[in-house]
Ligand binder design. Sequence first.
Ligand code: AMP
Length: 551
Amino acid sequence: MPGGHTQTLRPFLWRASKLYPDTEVVSRNHDGMSRQTYAEYEERTAQLANALDEHGIEQGDRVGTFCWNTDRHFEVYFAAPSMGAQLHTINPLLPDEHIRYIVDDANDEVIFVDPSLAEKIAGAAEGAEEFEGVDLIVMDDSPVEAIDGPVYEEFVAGHDTDYDWPELPSEQPAGMCYTSGTTGKPKGVEYTQSMLWSHTMMSQSPQGIPMEDDDVVMPVVPMFHVNAWGMPFTATAGGAKQVFPGPSPDADDLARLIEEEGVTITAGVPTVWLGLMEYCEDNEVDLSTLDQVIVGGSAAPESMIRWFDDRGVEVLHAWGMTEMSPIGSVAHLKSDLEDEDYQTQLDKRSKQGIMVPGLEFKVIDEDGNRIAWDGEEFGELYVRGPSVTKEYFKRPEANEEDFEDGWLKTGDVVSVDPDGYIKIVDRAKDVIKSGGEWISSVELENAIMAHEDVSEATVIGVPHEKWQERPVAFVVPTEGADREGLDDEILELLDEEYPKWWLPDAVEYIEEVPKTATGKFSKKDLREQYTGSVELHEGSAPEEAAPESDD
Ligand code: AMP
């Protein structure tokens, strides 16, 4: 048994099931709450592995998931990698075309599908050759209309509760997640056993996000987004109770789960916490068990850190990337800052933080020099370490652009203060992050420019209180074009191809897109010219476009 001398995930589950057999794994599901212990969970993963074996899944095969944060999803998390297959979490919020591309690119053999997402995947799969030979399995105990395939509980039922887990090399691919690029289709990141093992151990270090046997851990960040920041693995390694908040939880669900299950650590993007904060202002919610809220994916506002501080809850602001499994830095307060005044400490805690042990970084300015750590100079952040990918899956041109001498170029522009705290000051990559998920501005631009009355178009992200960023389109109509109604036509055009939450909040007409010296669109100039002056488009209120919800 497990893993021998290599770095694999399997020993984490072995430890939890042997040391903490009675600790619970709890999940909000479509039909209410479900509960199991680590001992039962281990048996279920063995049953699932046996079922996948019988289904013909072999080492190296990819097992897709199209699911929310549930206990069944968590069963695939250990079963697939530990049998030598690869867990491939697919983001159900992506446009259908991206989903087809990803399934084809990854060559998934099977995909486990949450029942609430069955129609979405069936729509993407309809008539698509990318889905040929892919078996869809409904993550439930009863069939759904949209999918003509087996049901999860029948799939695993009756299988042996023991599995002869293989010895796996550290370099065995264990996971996979796609991230949106500036141009072109999403890029696949493969996680080896060793990357996920390293990430778990780094997270468990005191300056990571450690989770212990008296913790109750609730990942709100989706399990399709970099393995919910690796929390299910870290929590298992520490023997913590786990709480999965289920399909599209709202603030009411989260508050109830925190209270009823006694959650001590939870994590998600700022949008989620803004919703919970608002809910707590209007309702009596007992947050007394909560020790830490991990805020990442987008910058944590200082007011959020204060709000939780006032209620005795520590916000840990974290930065990371899909390519990094994902944790990079966490804004822990260094011990020599403990005597500083509250505002000085808040200034540090609002930054993206200090690198977790095990990673290295450098910051390179426009002239190719390393910047000084003076909190003033800035440049692009490069990182490397055992949990950082060395390449994209089958994308040599992206590798050329995003990696250099073994370093990952993050596309984040940062300064570093003399204490080593990293602060993101800009983003070099041309993408928009709304509610924690990416929108490709370049794709929207190309789609808009396909309209015959548009001569130039560019899309930028403008700051938004709830969603952090929302897209706004700037359009130069062709000479003589009728501008009346053109904005609505553009939105309709985009609506056909993209999910609602991708649609720009406003379409603004301009006479010319500002250009750089080399004639490229200068989004920097446009942002400086227009940010804050935009009237948001009524019809595409971001409330309807919540990326966390089934759109
Ligand atoms: P993803 O690969 O989807 O997890 O996105 C990674 C990117 O999200 C980073 O390169 C940053 O641009 C952004 N990001 C992640 N965490 C933070 C944070 N705490 N503050 C600001 N931006 C962040």
